[in-house]
Each structure stands twice: as C-alpha cells, then as structure tokens.
Design a protein around this ligand. Structure first.
Ligand code: GLA
Length: 364
C-alpha cells in the first residue's frame, strides 16, 4: 500500500460501441472499443472518514462520508459515492482522502462518461489499497454503483468495454458467460476512418425509455419460457409472441446478436465494407424494431451513408448522442460536409465530427 500522502493516478476511457446495442442485459453479444479520451482521477488517501471529491467541470467539491448509502449524494458525485458504497458492500476497504477528477470524456453523448468516472475511481481506490480484483469483478462493482446507488438500470457493456479495451482492437463480449475475445480494429491501416459524429442532442437513460425497453425484452423472454432472449433458437420462435411491440423489440435483439458475430468475423478479415453494411443494418433495426433513435440521429446516419460512408449507426443507449460512420479516408471531408450541411438545413445544432480510433483500457 502506498505511504500516506502518496498520490495515486488512475484513468479510464469512454467507449464507443461499434455494434451490439441493448444486447448486454439480454445475455447477448457486443463489440465495443475504447475512446482515446479518458477521465483521470488523482487520489490522496488519508485516515479521514470521508472522501472529498473535486471535478474540473464543477465549482464545488463534494464530501462523501465513507459510510454513504444510496440517496445521500446525487448529481455527478453520485457515481463516485456509488463506487465507495459498492466496494464497502462487497467487503473491501476504502480509505478517506482527497480526489481530483479531470474529465476528458464528453458527458451526455452516449460515450459512457459515467462508467469512465466510476471505473477510474474504482481503479484508484483498488490501487491505493493494493486490492486484487479481476476485471469482471471490477465491472460488477462499478455496475452495482450505477444500478443501485445512482438508479440507472444499465447492463455491463460500458464497464467491460472500458476495463478490457486494447489499442487497435475491439472486444467481442459474450454477456452470457462474461467472456471477452479481442479482434483487430485498425481501420486506418486499411485506408478507412472511424468518424465520431456527436449530434449534441443530449441523451439520458436513467429515465423511462431504457427501463421500458428492458422490460419489453424481459416480458418477451418470460412469455417464451426462456431465461433470456439469447436462449431462443432463432427469430422464428418470436411468432409465438402475442404482444407485437415486445416481438419487435426481441427481433432487434436477436438480429443484433447475429450482426455482432458477423461484424467480428468481418473485422478478422479487415473487411470494412462488410462491417459498414452491418452498421447500417443495425441502425435500421434500432430505428424500426427497437425504436430508440430520433429523427435527428436518423438524418445524420442516412446523410453519412448517402455521402459515401461504408455504413453508419447511432452508438450507445439511444435517444440522442453520437453516430459512428466508417468512411474511406478520401471521403471523410465530403461526409463531414454533407452531415453539417443537412443539420444546418433543418436548423439543428452544428455536430462535432472527428476521426477517432481504438484506445487502451483503464489503467494508471
Ligand atoms: C447504455 C448502458 C449499457 C447498454 C447500452 C445499450 O450504454 O449503460 O449497459 O445497455 O446503453 O447497448
């Protein structure tokens, strides 16, 4: 354990889910990468009974008692307090001290900034106390903080993506047995760019829509007598469902699982044209079956494809946030210009558009 006064630095990236949306809580598959942007925590443990947290994005520090319980702290610091609570609940030691957070991950864009904060805080505390905990165990604690302390009923995608990420690779996650296989993801080497288009229409999922989609999937699985939608033999099983909305939601989950596996295989062959088509098919399924996109997001994705992108889709929980597009390097300018022009034409905010790549996972 570091001596008193020693500062532990730990950071965690945001994530882009390349494909596999709303599959995590259905024991399915997803294929995320880490963003190069990271949230960094500087932690100076001491003998006090509270953690005092400052963020470079907030004016006031927040004091979190080590014996905090859900309901004590809200706002951004709830993600920190939630980790303190979940660690102690799991029997781990958490020293008090001072913590400074500098956030490099855009918030409200569906890039898992809250999971980045949670995983960075968790890593800093584990590292300060010399506690060994495998990455799946860490992901579960960070998820519990978000589910039970913050009250957002999210799955394990963000935490596993952040903890397992590797440079120039995507992670194929199987949420049934919580295993992670990495596949190459280096579009730049094939003359292709990954564009991240932030609509700047904030998304939120502590609210009703996310929980509503989750409930639909659970109802569909229960009606078909299986523990999760993953256990169905194929889409033909869905014809037995009498609730047509639930059937569409379930159809997205099943078709999306297959697209994830197809995308991982295509990445293995560096076939970005095939991956692009899968992204576009995923966008259509999220639009028509799962109904988590917005007109604004659909327009960005469709404009990118019309302007020559190999494929485009919304990434993240939905109802706003970011679109990703795979684009031949020579078409990056044209696709960006077309998207900006279409946003101007319909009076939307100017999106931020940048070429990005797969960065490393959480660490010091
Ligand atoms: C959010 C949640 C994840 C996952 C995605 C949708 O990012 O935090 O657990 O469900 O939405 O794929």
């Amino acid at each position: 354990m570091p001596s008193a006064g020693h500062v532990v630095i730990y950071s965690a990236p945001g994530r882009i889910n390349l494909i596999g949306e709303h599959t995590d809580y259905n024991a399915g598959f997803a294929l995320p990468i880490a963003l190069p942007e990271r949230t960094t925590v500087a932690y100076r443990p001491d003998d006090s009974t509270a953690l005092v947290v400052r963020s470079d994005r907030e004016d006031e520090p927040v004091r979190i008692a080590l014996d905090t319980v859900p309901g004590d702290v809200d706002g951004w610091a709830a993600y920190v307090a939630g980790v303190v609570w979940a660690l102690r609940e799991a029997g781990h030691r958490v020293p008090g001290g001072a913590m400074a957070v500098s956030g490099g991950v855009e918030t409200g864009s569906g890039l898992a900034s809250s999971a980045a904060l949670g995983c960075a805080v968790l890593g800093a505390i584990l590292s300060a106390t010399g506690t060994e905990l495998d990455r799946v165990g860490q992901a579960r604690i960070a998820q519990r903080a978000e589910n039970t302390y913050v009250g957002a009923p999210t799955g394990l995608l963000d935490q596993l993506a952040i903890l397992f990420a590797q440079r120039r690779r995507a992670q194929l996650i199987d949420f049934r047995d919580l295993t992670v296989d990495s596949v190459p993801f280096d579009p730049g080497a094939a003359g292709v760019a990954l564009l991240l288009i932030d609509s700047r229409a904030a998304h939120r999922h502590a609210g009703g829509e996310y929980a509503d989609r989750r409930a639909s999937c659970e109802r569909a699985a229960a009606a078909l007598g299986v523990p999760s939608l993953r256990d169905l033999p194929g889409p033909q099983a869905l014809t037995a469902l009498t609730n047509s909305v639930d059937a569409r939601r379930a159809r997205h989950v099943l078709s999306e699982n297959q697209r994830v596996l197809d995308a991982a295989a295509a990445l293995g062959a560096a076939d970005f044209a095939a991956v692009g088509q899968l992204l576009t098919a995923s966008q259509q399924s999220m639009r028509d079956d799962f109904q988590i996109t917005t007109d604004h997001i659909d327009l960005i994705a469709e404009t990118a494809v019309h302007a020559g992108a190999l494929g485009a889709r919304m990434t993240g929980g939905g109802f706003g946030g970011c679109v990703i597009a795979l684009v031949q390097a020579s078409r990056v300018g044209a696709v960006g210009d077309a998207v900006r022009a279409s946003m101007r034409r319909c009076g939307r905010r100017e999106p931020t558009i940048a070429v990005t790549h797969a960065g490393r996972g959480a660490g010091d």
